[in-house]
Design a protein around this ligand. Structure first.
Ligand SMILES: C[S@@+](CC[C@H](N)C(=O)[O-])C[C@H]1O[C@@H](n2cnc3c(N)ncnc32)[C@H](O)[C@@H]1O
Length: 569
């Protein structure tokens, strides 16, 4: 989408420390990438021989109880200083380093429960106490844990929960598509050549406030470990559990751990550090997408190659998401997407990344065994490159709240949405969900657009995209986009001012302001884009972010409460 700015490219080179290869042309081949000695003979690797050698000897940190204990002590110091977020980060790191079957795991969870207890998050504290019990928490410390558990239950019984009821529903609030339950019925794919090919079209009217998409991204990339679920990118869940094999990946649930392992992490685990040395920006989603498709084909590389050489539909609305084979079918459709080549200046670095990823992944015993012919090896490295290119164009990315982590998502339906500086919907990628909500009336036949960053009311001077924008605002020949009914009548301006949040507001008040603003845009939509409306659209975006943030924690708390207390949600 919009992220491959030259700023990122220079960051790449300082991170990867590879010289920029100027003459990289011709089809990429895997032929020389099989073993370290051969890699060094390759023309590309000669250009960067020393870094390649480094890449191949990057050690993978093993699980280590001594390190786990040290990290936990660091966490304890932060806890005593009341720096609770940082303390949980250290405890999470400690949990990741713990060796299998060790009491350090139970102690890490117990310490995390202490943080949540101090923060008044009694439900999360209880979950962590449960995890501590299940993971060899030492008997000698058990009375302290039991005491904390009792206090949590007492406080919850006294009504001291931070809340388990959402002030603003974040689910789809219109009829869903029967075969794709996470998108509204009445939305389809249409060809928009000026937007690089495909886009989303409304087949019925939608009104401001409608939540028309609530999708779990298929492929996520996170720029930071141990704060988010490595599968769905849910932020800092109270119950993150570690991958038993490596010290990096954590998951919000056993379900996410298994899904990630099945489709991706079984190839990544054991190579994480090496891959981190290769990776630039979000290029890892290229190999990730390759392994998702390979796994969906049951590790049958021949079948995958045969499919990739065939022509099939690129319309994700043909996939029935209520069926078992939805991942395979959705990945197949995604494979067929034909997107324009992103910026030529990043082509060389994408090739370099694809080749370097290949050099790492081919050491994986299963891939090594599957790639038993030259054409198969070439197919792998070229598919890495193809997917790195396509993901650069197709992904929707954004910054998460707390650690300013870049979350980059490629998804079945949402990846179809084109950018406009005057969008009729806004998108938010938060807590493992991609949501589109309508901000002004959409009529049947309109293209549904979101903004990848800049809008007419919020220009972003540093924004650089991988395409030339052809939206109505940027199209000089299009004068229709800003035709409106006139200036807003006085009563409309009064309505606008009436409920604008001032000072401190709680989630409930903010939810009401949001409803009020949506009602305003519904009633006065024909005056769009009147200047006074811009700041209000910004308020909507801001409030919606807040509701999603509050909502994610509330929902998690409610789910956790149902699990640990057996209560209703
Ligand atoms: C998330 S995808 C959107 C779906 C894409 N049009 C397709 O055919 O699959 C983003 C890509 O669509 C194209 N695109 C989106 N918005 C555009 C715009 N306003 N002007 C020109 N191209 C656009 C660009 O190629 C961009 O990299």
């Amino acid at each position: 989408m919009c992220f491959s700015s030259s700023r990122n490219i220079s960051a790449v080179f300082s991170r990867v420390q590879l010289p920029f290869p100027r003459r990289l042309q011709g089809p990429l081949s895997a032929h020389d990438w099989q073993a370290p000695a051969e890699i060094e003979r390759h023309r590309l690797s000669r250009l960067c021989a020393a870094p390649w050698r480094r890449l191949l000897v990057v050690p993978e940190p093993p699980k280590c109880n001594r390190k786990a204990a040290k990290l936990r002590q660091q966490g304890n110091r932060l806890y005593l200083d009341k720096q609770y977020d940082d303390a949980v980060s250290k405890y999470n790191e400690s949990i990741c380093y713990t060796e299998a079957g060790s009491e350090h795991l139970g102690m890490g969870y117990a310490n995390r429960s202490a943080v949540y207890f101090e923060e008044g998050e009694y439900e999360y504290a209880l979950v962590n106490i449960g995890l501590a019990r299940e993971n060899h928490y030492p008997e000698k410390f058990m009375p302290k844990l039991v005491e904390r558990e009792e206090k949590c239950r007492e406080r919850l019984a006294a009504g001291l929960s931070k809340g388990t009821v959402l002030p603003y529903s974040l689910d789809l609030n219109v009829a869903p598509n029967p075969k794709i339950p996470f998108i509204a019925d009445g939305i389809a794919m249409r060809r928009y050549p000026q937007f690089g090919g495909r886009g989303l079209v409304a087949e019925r009217d939608f009104k401001p406030g409608d939540i028309i998409l609530d999708e779990k991204p298929m492929l996520m990339h996170l720029s930071s470990w141990r704060h988010y679920c490595s599968c769905c990118a849910a932020f800092f869940r109270g119950s993150l559990i570690p991958c038993p094999g490596c010290v990096n990946a954590m998951y919000c649930s056993e379900e996410c751990r298994q899904q990630d392992y099945r489709y991706w992490h079984r190839f990544q685990c054991g190579f994480v550090e090496q891959l981190e040395h290769v990776q630039y920006v979000t290029s890892i989603t290229g190999p990730k997408r390759f392994f998702y498709l390979l796994s969906a084909f049951g590790d049958d590389l021949d079948a995958m190659m045969a499919f990739c050489e065939s022509e099939a539909t690129d319309d994700p609305f043909t996939v029935d998401h209520t069926k078992e084979d939805r991942i395979l079918e959705a990945m197949k459709v995604l494979h067929q997407a034909k997107v324009k080549q992103p910026l030529p200046e990043i082509e060389a670095i994408m090739r370099l990344a694809a080749a370097a990823f290949y050099a790492v992944f081919i050491k994986h015993p299963l891939l090594h065994q599957l790639a038993n012919t030259g054409p198969k090896k070439d197919f792998i490295v070229r598919t890495f490159l193809d997917y790195i290119r396509k993901n650069t164009a197709l992904s929707l990315d954004c910054l998460e709240f707390v650690h300013f982590t870049n979350v980059n998502a490629v998804s079945s339906i949402s990846s179809l949405a084109n950018h406009s500086h005057d969008p009729n919907a806004l998108f938010q990628q938060r807590y493992g969900k991609l949501r589109f909500f309508v901000i002004r009336p959409i009529r049947a036949g309109d293209q549904i657009t979101v903004s990848y960053g800049p809008t007419w009311w919020e220009p972003m001077p540093s924004y650089s995209s991988v395409y030339t924008c052809r939206c109505p605002v940027c199209d000089e020949a299009d004068t229709a986009w800003c035709v409106r009914e006139g200036t807003l009548p006085k009563e409309a301006l009064r309505m606008l001012d009436e409920r604008t949040p001032r000072g401190k507001n709680n989630a409930e008040t903010e939810a009401n302001v949001l409803r009020h603003l949506f009602a305003f845009f519904d009633r006065y939509g024909s005056y769009h884009p009147e200047g006074a409306m811009g700041p209000k659209l910004q308020v909507i975006k801001h409030l919606m972010c807040g509701q999603i943030h509050q909502g994610a924690w509330t929902l998690e708390r409610a789910q956790v409460a149902a699990k640990v207390l057996g209560g209703g949600v």
